[in-house]
Write a protein that binds this ligand. Structure first.
Ligand code: CA
Length: 267
């Protein structure tokens, strides 16, 4: 990827993208209502009534798109868009055969970054924590309005598009922080800061997924690799060092924010 000029696009400037959405929900009424509402908005929709069927669809996409993303088509119809990708999964928590938590955990372990909007009849903090810890991007409690569901879907798809765009960019920026990917250097408030390779990669991970909450275990797995033997305090130590280098007030951070009970979020 040769580029002389850094390419940066702001999240807010991106258009809403149409996409392909998998709706996993065992209650037929809800499933069909969601599917119809999304189709009316122009999205391509697939449905699955249980966890195993959803997993089969996800695997089908993966087998057609080996480079980490999720590609092709339909649980009902045979693949009609063999080159298209799976852009969003709406996932009910309580499902027959494989529940939403296990399914989400599996999808993330396979390395997919497809956005997941989790649905649940329960609204307890514990459920939300578990959902977000296994890698769901957002959480909606039943009963919900279709307008809210569609707004959340739009936001997730836009964020995903932003992430794809930034992956092809050579510069990641957030307010006063600029991360120059090709030159492996970082400036904060126009000053050059020296980061270790691990610190650089942690910052790159955070800046590639603005406002996403990262549990310590996921950071450990992404940066240190799945075979690393050590505990998540390693992450806390590196975050502390990073804060000392990029924050104006490291004890009251603006960028690397602790989300109690979840992990860390950037911005
Ligand atoms: Ca259910």
């Amino acid at each position: 990827m040769l580029s002389t000029k850094p390419t940066v696009r702001q999240f807010e400037q991106l258009p809403t993208t149409m996409g392909q959405i998998l709706v996993v929900e065992d209650e037929e009424n809800i499933r069909e209502t969601i599917a119809t509402a999304l189709q009316n908005q122009g999205y391509r929709v697939m449905t699955a009534a249980d966890g195993q069927t959803a997993l089969d669809v996800i695997q089908l996409f993966k087998s057609r798109c080996p480079k980490g993303g999720l590609s092709p088509s339909d649980s009902k119809q045979r693949p009609s868009h063999p080159t298209s990708s799976l852009d969003l999964i709406i996932l009910d928590l309580m499902l027959p055969s494989i529940n939403g938590i296990d399914l989400c955990r599996f999808i993330r372990r396979e390395g997919s970054t497809v956005p997941v909007l989790m649905l649940s009849a329960k609204d307890t903090e514990a459920d939300r924590v578990v959902g977000l810890e296994v890698g769901a991007d957002d959480y909606l409690t039943k009963p919900f309005g279709m307008r809210e569901l569609i707004a959340r879907c739009r936001a997730l798809l836009r964020r995903q598009l932003f992430n794809q765009e930034t992956q092809h960019s050579t510069l990641l920026t957030c307010r006063e922080i600029c991360l120059h990917l090709e030159e492996c250097r970082v400036t904060v408030r126009d000053q050059e800061v020296n980061l270790s390779p691990k610190e650089f990669r942690i910052l790159e991970l955070f800046m590639s997924y603005p406002r996403r909450v990262w549990p310590r275990e996921q950071i450990l797995e992404k940066i240190w690799g799945p075979d690393y033997i050590g505990d998540s305090k390693t992450v806390d130590v590196h975050i502390r060092w990073l804060r000392e280098k990029i924050e104006l007030d490291p004890s009251n951070p603006d960028y690397l924010v602790t989300i109690r009970g979840f992990g860390y979020r950037f911005g």
